[in-house]
Design a protein. Structure first.
Length: 428
């Protein structure tokens, strides 16, 4: 295997052309945040550490064009310096922009789409090394599919993002009784621009986050309070409690009852600082999208499974919401969405838990996050995406030789021009 670190678009295209001539495969890795084998290859592995500049700003259209490897935190800082921001973002800022959009990364807010919906144009290097300029007006079918391409259509070179003027958010965070939260769930998602909650297993509590735009100046929490909340308590102390729970599982229910005890907090800050939080505790994660109307029922079934199974969990169950979009392999394609994410601390056996939750999500036509653990195959996924065949047609056109394929893509998409064979949940 060769590891490449290009610094220009020309170098990127040459890597692909050389690989094609030599019958090698190519995969691009961003920050390595995904839990799956989506970026693995035995051919040429392309790192984008030297390819993460902001290239241009269109102040009239509120658009920026960036190299595909730019990390989200750097992007957010660059945008803010230009008086711009993204309207919505996920809760982690370590990923590269191309890796985040390619796996359908999202934030929360029932009127807001995922990161890929904010793409206004992109440049894509195909399986022959050709560079295609894509937008709603140029190569529209390619543009539609490539916004969430799983790395299967080519190498994204640059992305043009539709931004908004920089804005502040008011954050309200605090515990709430989960039964009351569920009773008022529609109200919470309707009255708040961005709403999510984390149910604390083995308790009747959820931790809630309500973020809304404001014209008020940033107040922040103070450097000490921010460090204490996000770093000390949210990472160091929580990590120590997770390690104690792994060592002594019988102590987990008592540990989890400590989490809702921090009380409510309210503060105003830059939007991207509210959206994303530092994460140093390592874990395994599976996340499923389901129709938003199934949210209460599906979450209730997950909660009941955890309570009835006797499984000891030291990580909350996360629930978020987004608007529908028209992107073929976006998890929110064609429907307003609820996302339910389950986690376990690193070194903890997860398969039985994740399979049980996946079985519940299957009943609602659930779509797994492409960068997180799941047990689906092309056969089980194809019926869940109305534009599946349209994506496959674009894939066959851009990468007929499977230059960008790998075992993970063979499993979840099938080989180029066909369906995966030999994969079952039991064999994964």
């Amino acid at each position: 295997m060769a590891i490449e670190a290009p610094a220009t678009e020309g170098e990127l295209a040459e890597i692909v052309r050389t690989a094609a001539e030599n019958g090698q495969r190519v995969k691009v890795v961003g920050s390595g945040h995904s839990f799956t084998g989506i970026a693995l290859t035995d051919g040429r592995l392309v790192r984008l550490d030297n390819y993460q500049r902001l290239l241009s700003t269109d102040r009239e259209q509120l658009q920026v064009t960036v190299e595909a490897g730019i990390k989200l935190q750097r992007l957010y800082d660059e945008l803010w310096a230009r008086g711009l921001a993204l309207p919505n973002a996920g809760d982690i800022a370590y990923q590269s922009i191309s890796g985040a959009v390619s796996t359908s990364t999202h934030g929360t807010g029932r009127e807001f789409g995922g990161l890929a919906t904010q793409i206004a144009g992109l440049r894509l290097i195909t399986g022959t090394g050709e560079i295609i300029e894509c937008s709603p007006e140029a190569e529209a079918e390619v543009f539609s599919a490539a916004r969430v391409g799983l790395g299967a259509l080519g190498v994204i070179s640059t992305i043009t993002l539709q931004c908004v003027p920089a804005f502040h958010l008011r954050a309200n965070e605090g515990p709430m009784r989960v039964d009351q939260l569920l009773e008022d769930l529609d109200q919470h998602t309707a009255e708040n621009e961005h709403f999510e909650f984390f149910w604390v297993p083995h308790t009747g509590w959820a931790l809630t986050k309500r973020n809304n735009g404001t014209m008020e100046a940033a107040l922040g929490r103070g450097r000490w309070n921010e460090w204490r909340s996000d770093v000390l308590m949210g990472n160091y102390v929580f990590g120590a409690l997770c390690r104690l729970g792994r060592l002594r599982p019988q102590s987990i229910p008592r540990i989890m009852r400590l989490l809702p005890g921090s009380g409510p907090i309210e503060y105003v800050d830059r939007s991207y600082r509210i959206f994303a939080s530092p994460r140093t505790v390592r874990f395994y994660e599976m996340e499923y999208e389901i129709p938003i109307e199934a949210a209460k029922e599906a979450f209730g079934r997950v909660r009941k499974y955890i309570q009835d199974s006797g499984i000891m969990l030291s990580f909350p169950v996360e629930v978020r919401f987004t608007a529908p979009d028209d992107i073929p392999l976006s998890t929110a394609s064609g429907r307003a969405s609820c996302y339910i994410a389950v986690h376990v601390f690193e070194g903890t056996h997860y398969q039985a838990y994740f399979e049980a939750v996946e079985d519940i999500m299957d009943d609602y036509g659930g779509r797994p996050h492409w960068g997180k653990l799941h047990f689906q195959t092309a056969e089980s996924l194809a019926p869940r995406y109305p534009q599946w065949d349209a994506f496959q047609a674009v894939r066959k056109r851009l990468d007929p030789s499977g230059i960008f394929a790998n075992p993970y893509l063979d499993r979840v998409l099938g080989p180029v021009g066909g369906q995966a064979d030999g994969y079952t949940k039991e064999s994964l």
